[in-house]
Design a protein. Structure first.
Length: 150
């Protein structure tokens, strides 16, 4: 079930374990968009993403890097953006996003967690919400998902 909220996805609401999901790119870049909000709160997601990119171990579209940042918050770096968007071609890869969200859903089920995110891939990745929302509904129909708009 998707809940739409006004607020900051880096400050997730509710009790229990919360997974903050966001999309990262395959180029190793971390410096624009929602990642800046993540880095303003926690250093580990960026540090581990850069190490992951450098190592190239399982650094392929569709993979997820989970980083525990507090007792009840896990940041999920979803590798679903190939490079950077151009005016002609968006960088989001919806098939990779679906694979990522399946992994997030499995983790959320295992931990009885809720999922929190901005409108995934709809900023710098060039995605369209009308393509992303059905993927969330398909992969997480049994999980409370909170989508935040600033």
């Amino acid at each position: 079930m998707i809940h739409y909220l006004k607020g900051d996805a880096t400050q997730p609401i509710g009790n229990g374990t919360k997974i903050i999901a966001h999309v990262v790119n395959s180029s190793g870049g971390w410096g624009r968009g929602f990642v800046l909000a993540i880095s303003n709160h926690w250093l580990e997601p960026e540090r581990k993403y850069r190490a992951w990119h450098k190592s190239r171990v399982r650094f392929i579209l569709g993979e997820v890097l989970f980083v525990k940042v507090s007792d009840d918050i896990i940041v999920a770096n979803l590798l679903a953006q190939e490079g950077y968007s151009t005016s002609v071609k968006p960088a989001i890869r919806y098939d990779a996003l679906k694979l990522c969200l399946e992994k997030v859903a499995n983790k959320a089920r295992k931990l009885s967690a809720t999922v929190h995110c901005p409108r995934l891939s709809c900023g710098l990745a060039g995605g369209m919400w009308n393509a992303v929302e059905p993927i969330i509904i398909e992969t997480m129909s049994d999980i409370d998902v909170f989508v935040y708009d600033l």
